[in-house]
Design a protein around this ligand. Structure first.
Ligand code: 15L
Length: 277
């Protein structure tokens, strides 16, 4: 595997995905600048240094990005939370990341999420250019991030890859994840390609392994040269019946995030004026 010419900044390095990426990319010989608001819990691998920082602190982010050729932005709140908790790290923080990328002429690989489109029904198969239908403040902030990247591409030529990550865990744990699961090795290979690909422009990739039950179809994977090698299909026997029993959760792609604080009255009646189906 090749090594990028410049150091790579990874935010959210102390989180589950950040730790996987750190191990994998350091092993491949990459020079990594790691950051997170929480301390890095593992021994620091060769070629990596860690500086704790809050994404709200624009000056700290600009300093961290100095001389970097790519920013892997995996930091911020990673689950559904009240708006005020999401606002700082996920909205203001994104602005700091994109300002740093503009200054350094760096490429951004943004850990977006399936929760940008969570209110599409599970019966739909989506392409990268489908409507955004966020299922909470977290998904909304990820949608904002993708649009922020679009703005910086159109106005400043900052390249971005938006990874709409499904469920990135060691193994799928329920029926929904037979569609949404992304293995750690597939994630690592995907991020590698996002950085090493010659040109990416402003691209969306569905972050899911090669799952037969996938909700998602077209994206920019051929452009960056990535094909997932793992699949949730091998877990189908044990997980097919593993459902929550919540009708909102089971109806929509975003699953449990859709059901949180759900208060729409009248169930799914077609009488709803704004129902699109
Ligand atoms: C995400 O975006 C979350 O970060 C993660 O915690 C999972 O809930 C995942 O989506 C999912 O939808 O399974």
């Amino acid at each position: 595997m090749s090594v990028p010419a410049k150091p790579v900044l990874l935010t959210g390095a102390s989180g589950a995905l950040g730790r996987q990426l750190t191990r994998h990319l350091a092993q491949a010989g990459w020079t990594l600048r790691l950051t997170d608001i929480a301390p890095f819990p593992d021994p620091l691998p060769k070629g990596a240094r860690f500086v704790a920082a809050d994404l709200n602190d624009g000056v700290a982010i600009l300093r961290l990005a100095e001389g970097c050729g790519a920013i892997l932005h995996f930091g911020g709140v990673s689950v559904e939370r009240p708006f005020e908790e999401v606002l700082g790290p996920n909205i203001r923080g994104l602005y700091h990341i994109y300002e740093a990328a503009r200054r350094e002429e760096a490429r951004v690989v943004f850990a977006s999420s399936n929760h940008t489109i969570g209110f599409h029904e599970r019966s739909e198969t989506l392409d990268h250019d489908c409507d955004m239908r966020p299922d909470g403040y977290y998904g909304l902030a990820k949608a904002y991030g993708e649009l922020m990247g679009r703005l910086y591409w159109d106005k400043h030529g900052v390249e971005s890859v938006f990874l709409r990550i499904g469920s990135c865990l060691p193994e799928p744990v329920n029926n929904r994840m037979l569609s949404t699961w992304l293995s750690y090795p597939d994630l690592c290979r995907l991020v590698e390609r996002c950085v090493l690909a010659e040109r990416v422009g402003c691209a969306v990739i569905w972050g899911a392994s090669n799952n037969a039950r996938s909700f998602w179809r077209k994206d920019a994977r051929d452009l960056i040269g990535w094909a997932p090698q793992d699949s949730a299909d091998t877990f189908a026997g044990q997980l097919a019946g593993k459902v929550s029993g919540d009708p909102v959760e089971e109806r929509y792609q975003g699953g449990p995030f859709c059901a949180m604080e759900y208060s729409r009255k009248g169930g799914f009646s077609p009488k709803h004026l704004f129902d699109r189906k």
